[in-house]
Design a protein around this ligand. Structure first.
Ligand SMILES: [Zn+2]
Ligand SMILES: [Zn+2]
Length: 248
């Protein structure tokens, strides 16, 4: 990695570390650090690893001392999982285990499954180096999991909203003071909020963490939106059309 790119990365991480101090920007900062970790380069310098370690440690300390709500722990868990898998930081496993204890049951199961699939994938990549072509290809489910799409097999578990649908959620101005039903905190008139297609408004970060887990509106249960499950079905259909017999 070129020295200037490395400096940019360190500056970016340091700024996000500052954002972790505020309740308003904590979840978003964690999400951005997660993204950075997922794209971590093997050539990244030791100072940039150090910067990420300090930011993640700051997130962990904030979670332990100030932001104890499960939705904050969920953002932290995503970050620690990403670091544990992609970046050589020893403490990440310890932070991840602590975070797993603080999130709700559904998120805990998801995290365990994600960790299991990642280990599986890691083993397969490792084996590929050893045995050349004698490698079992990843299954579609494993492939999707490596892209962050968690396959939900049981019909009674509500899958989250698809990434495309999430990206299309609109930002609106709050006209009359309202309460966000996700966190029960105020949304003052004139502030920006994120709208579900049914028109109900929520804090940006509250709605984003909600739709990752559920495809329906927290207020009215409106759910006519593409879910990750449907997205998965679409991908599977495309694969089957291209390679008939592969997944039947
Ligand atoms: Zn809220
Ligand atoms: Zn609604």
């Amino acid at each position: 990695m070129a020295a200037s790119a490395d400096e940019d990365l360190i500056a970016q991480i340091s700024k996000l570390k500052q954002d972790l101090k505020s309740k308003k920007s904590f979840v978003n900062a964690c999400a951005q650090l997660t993204e950075i970790s997922e794209q971590w380069s093997q050539d990244a310098s030791e100072p940039s690893v150090q910067a990420l370690r300090e930011a993640a440690k700051a997130a962990f300390t904030a979670l332990q001392t100030r932001f104890s709500n499960p939705k904050f722990w969920q953002a932290g868990l995503d970050l620690f999982l990403a670091i544990d898998f992609h970046v050589p930081i020893e403490d990440a496993g310890k932070w991840r285990d602590a975070a797993v204890e603080e999130v709700d049951d559904e998120a805990r199961e998801r995290a365990k499954e994600q960790a299991r699939l990642r280990r599986l994938q890691e083993d397969k990549m490792h084996n590929k180096g050893q045995f050349g072509d004698a490698v079992t290809p990843l299954s579609l489910g494993e492939l999707l999991a490596s892209q962050g799409i968690v396959l939900v097999e049981e019909d009674d578990r509500r899958p989250g909203m698809s990434r495309d649908a999430r990206a299309e959620l609109r930002v609106k101005t709050v006209l009359e003071e309202d309460v966000c039903v996700v966190c029960q905190e105020a949304m003052p008139a004139g502030s920006k909020a994120k709208a579900m297609p049914c028109g109900h408004l929520f804090h940006d970060e509250c709605l984003l963490s909600w739709v990752k887990k559920s495809n329906s509106c927290p207020t009215c249960r409106f759910d006519d939106m593409p879910s990750e499950k449907r997205h998965y079905d679409d991908v599977q259909r495309q694969v089957m059309q291209r390679q008939p017999g592969l997944y039947s």
